[in-house]
Each structure stands twice: as structure tokens, then as C-alpha cells.
Design a protein around this ligand. Structure first.
Ligand SMILES: Cc1cc2nc3c(=O)[nH]c(=O)nc-3n(C[C@H](O)[C@H](O)[C@H](O)COP(=O)(O)OP(=O)(O)OC[C@H]3O[C@@H](n4cnc5c(N)ncnc54)[C@H](O)[C@@H]3O)c2cc1C
Length: 386
């Protein structure tokens, strides 16, 4: 296919990243989104860049490639303040005795570290009194006796990254359509031939990419493709500016915390998820006390216990495929329609866009994506009447 016309549904990190890669490859690209860029999960993501969760070799390889692309981006843009690799610090639920037993021999933490090391992932168990040498800005009294340090991990602010990529998108002549309402895939004889906006406008294309985040199963469901969906509510809190010394990403039992541009901190956790409710108008609510408590949990970890104020808290669905693994590639039953639906979309954002765009441009299936094809979850995907 030479200089194809491609229409991308969804201006989150996956859609924007794929769209820019397609333009780099020489395609003409129209990016169509319901509201505005980063209005979905990418606008409220903790975005820890990592591969330390005991993943399969295939998934680990893909995640490492994802982190590698971020390192390249940072090397090419050393002055940006929205992407850093200053390490990650992890510890698990404190034992009932208040942590006295959480020594270097703590079995779960030691096993996690060893499994990471077995994969060649940089992982070190560090005693609390040595932490100030590797991670700044913490209150030593808040730490368990032993912690897991991953020097190669980082974080990104996806709204900043999306703005950065959209500048290139515009320079390369891409067309961005915002406020398009609920967009669907247009079909002819069972193949994708473009996107149709909520208002009925058709954006014709040789290939389409559905990167609708948690909306992906619904968009594909209308094509007869049943994608198991485990998307779940999540909340990101961002503080008002406050001087702090934290540079690493913290993943602790009560709060995950990372730096955020503008001397802010971003944080999330899971213990309050039961108190998140869906409103009749489709929005989300949380007991404001939960936000205050999360901010207090974060403050308690930091040197000097700074008084943190929540400036924003954003709630919505976090996209999660049914089996927890990425869904990337062309739909077996709908030629010309590619899906991009994944849980760790921050870590994978750049690499997924790169590989999907390459598949569309070359017609060659990339071996790194082989374990993540849509047909493993929707083997009978077929278009009604197609
Ligand atoms: C609180 C939280 C913490 C997270 N932490 C991490 C982490 O630490 N590390 C990590 O790697 N990942 C993390 N993630 C996951 C990651 O942020 C997401 O996987 C990623 O942002 C998804 O990007 P996306 O482009 O697929 O979807 P989205 O960002 O949701 O973008 C999809 C876009 O499509 C639009 N859309 C949807 N349906 C339609 C339709 N029918 N028509 C038109 N437009 C439509 C939406 O409005 C949206 O703008 C986290 C997510 C959350 C919410």
C-alpha cells in the first residue's frame, strides 16, 4: 500500500502515537475523537514506566521496548520536564506487627526482586537507612526496613506527551477532528472503509485504527467483535505546586506517588475504589474525604510532611482487556480495522503506536505483537453480513 489514507479513532496516547508514526511513514492521517485530546484515561494516568510486575517474557520484551522509546525521546529532548527516569521504589503491605518482620528476608519482596533480576531487570533490595543515597525527598521514619529499588524506571505526564506529539502531527499535515461525538467504524462488504462521526460525517480510509481506550470494546462490539473487557474505575489526584524533593516513583501499600511538572505531585491508589460511584449523567464521584486521605498518605511518606493540597482529582475508567494483556493488531474478521486496547498504555504508548503503524504501512505482521493479537480474545470475530 503506497501512501495510504488512515483514520484513527481516539486521541489518547495510543491514537496520537499511532497517528504520528503513520505520518512519519508517509500516510495521510485523520485523527477523530469524541471530545478533545487526552480527555480519556491518558488525561488522568499515573504513568509509571516499568516492567517489574512479573510479566511473561513476551510482554516483558514489549514493555522494555516501550521504555526504550521513552529513553530515546528524552535523549532527543533533554530539557523537557514531563518525562524522567529517576527510578522506582516499591514496598508491600506492612506486616501486622507494624513492619518489624519486613526485613531483607521478607519473602514476597525478596521473591519479587529475585524474579526481576532473573529477567535481567535492574532490581535491588535496599535497607531503609541506605535509601537517602538512592532516592531523595522521603521521611526515613515512614519506610519499612527493606525496600525494592528499580533504578531504570520512570514516569511520564501523558497530557504533556500528547501535546508534544500533536505538534509534530500538525507539522506533518495530519487532520485532527475534535468534538466528533461517538465515532464508529464504517464498513463495506465486511471491511473497514473509514470512520463515521456522531453527526454522520464519513472520514474515508484504507485502514482504520480503533484506539478508544475503555470505549474500544463498545466500538468493536458494533462490528460483531466481542472483546472481553475488565476496564475499571480509577482516580488520579494532582496537587497544587509545593516544594518537595521527590524524584523517583513510589509504589507503596497506601499511595503511589510521583513528581508531576510544575513542582506538583501526582498520586493514585486502590483502597478507596469502593467509594467511587457512577452518576446518572455518566460522570463519576468520590467521597472528597478519600481525596484528602490520599493526599495525607502521600504527605506522610515525604520528608518534612509537606502540607499538600489536591488541585484536581479525575476519575474514569482505566482500559483493561479481559485477560490483562494488550490487544494490538488487525481484526481477523474485519479487514483494514486495527485495534489498540491496553492496560499499561503509558509504558506501551510509543512502542505500540510505532509497531501498529509499521504493520499498516508494510502489511507485515510484527513478531513482537504476535502474542497480543485480537483474535486470541475474539477468535470468532466476524462482521454480521460481512
Ligand atoms: C489512574 C490511572 C493510572 C494508570 N497508571 C498507569 C501506569 O502506572 N503505567 C502505565 O503504563 N499505564 C497506566 N495507566 C493506563 C494508561 O494510562 C492507559 O492505558 C492509557 O492512557 C490508555 O490510552 P488510550 O489511548 O488507549 O485511551 P484513552 O486515553 O482513554 O483515549 C481514548 C480516547 O478515545 C475517545 N473515545 C472513546 N470512545 C470513542 C468513540 N466511540 N468515538 C470517539 N472517541 C472515542 C476518548 O474520549 C478518549 O479521548 C493508568 C491509567 C489510569 C486511569
Amino acid at each position: 500500500m503506497t501512501s495510504p489514507q488512515v483514520a484513527v479513532l481516539g486521541a489518547g496516547i495510543l491514537g496520537v502515537s499511532t497517528a504520528v508514526q503513520l505520518l512519519r511513514g508517509g500516510a495521510s492521517v485523520t485523527l477523530v475523537t469524541e471530545a478533545h485530546p487526552a480527555s480519556g484515561a491518558s488525561g488522568r494516568s499515573f504513568s509509571w514506566l516499568n516492567s517489574g510486575g512479573g510479566y511473561s517474557p513476551d510482554y516483558h520484551r514489549l514493555r522494555l521496548a516501550g521504555m526504550d522509546r521513552y529513553r530515546t525521546l528524552l535523549a532527543e529532548n533533554p530539557d523537557i520536564d514531563w518525562l524522567r527516569f529517576d527510578g522506582g521504589l516499591y514496598w508491600e503491605m506492612t506486616a501486622p506487627d507494624g513492619g518489624a518482620s519486613q526485613t531483607a528476608a521478607n519473602p514476597a519482596l525478596a521473591a519479587r526482586c529475585e524474579a526481576q533480576q532473573d529477567q535481567g531487570y535492574d532490581a535491588r533490595l535496599v535497607p531503609a537507612d541506605e535509601i537517602p543515597r538512592v532516592v531523595s525527598g522521603l521521611d526515613p521514619a515512614a519506610l519499612p526496613p527493606t525496600l525494592l529499588f528499580n533504578p531504570g524506571e520512570g514516569w511520564v505526564s501523558l497530557p504533556h506527551l500528547i501535546r508534544h506529539l500533536l505538534r509534530e502531527f500538525e507539522l506533518r499535515g495530519g487532520t485532527l477532528v475534535t468534538a466528533a461525538g461517538p465515532v464508529s467504524v464504517a464498513l463495506e462488504a465486511g471491511a473497514a472503509v473509514g470512520l463515521r462521526s456522531g453527526g454522520g460525517e464519513l472520514y474515508p480510509a484504507d485502514a482504520v485504527v480503533v484506539a478508544a481506550g475503555a470505549g474500544t470494546p463498545e466500538v468493536l462490539g458494533r462490528l460483531g467483535v466481542g472483546l472481553p473487557d475488565s476496564s475499571e474505575p480509577a482516580m488520579l489526584v494532582v496537587t497544587a505546586p509545593k516544594v518537595h524533593g521527590l524524584r523517583a516513583v513510589l509504589n507503596t501499600p497506601r499511595a503511589s506517588v510521583r513528581p508531576h511538572p510544575g513542582s506538583r505531585l501526582a498520586m493514585d491508589s486502590t483502597w478507596y475504589l469502593d467509594s467511587i460511584t457512577r452518576n446518572e449523567n455518566g460522570g463519576w464521584s468520590v467521597d472528597p474525604q478519600m481525596v484528602l486521605d490520599l493526599v495525607d498518605e502521600a504527605s506522610a511518606l515525604l520528608a518534612g510532611h509537606p502540607r499538600l493540597v489536591a488541585q484536581s482529582w479525575r476519575i474514569g475508567l482505566k482500559p483493561v482487556p479481559g485477560d490483562g494483556l494488550p490487544v494490538l493488531g488487525e481484526l481477523a474478521g474485519v479487514p483494514g480495522c486495527y485495534a489498540a486496547f491496553t492496560h499499561s498504555g503509558a509504558t506501551l504508548g510509543l512502542i505500540a503506536g510505532e509497531l501498529l503503524a509499521r504493520e499498516i504501512m508494510t502489511g507485515r505482521r510484527h513478531p513482537l505483537l504476535a502474542p497480543f493479537r485480537p483474535e486470541r480474545l475474539a477468535p470468532d470475530a466476524a462482521v454480521p453480513g460481512g
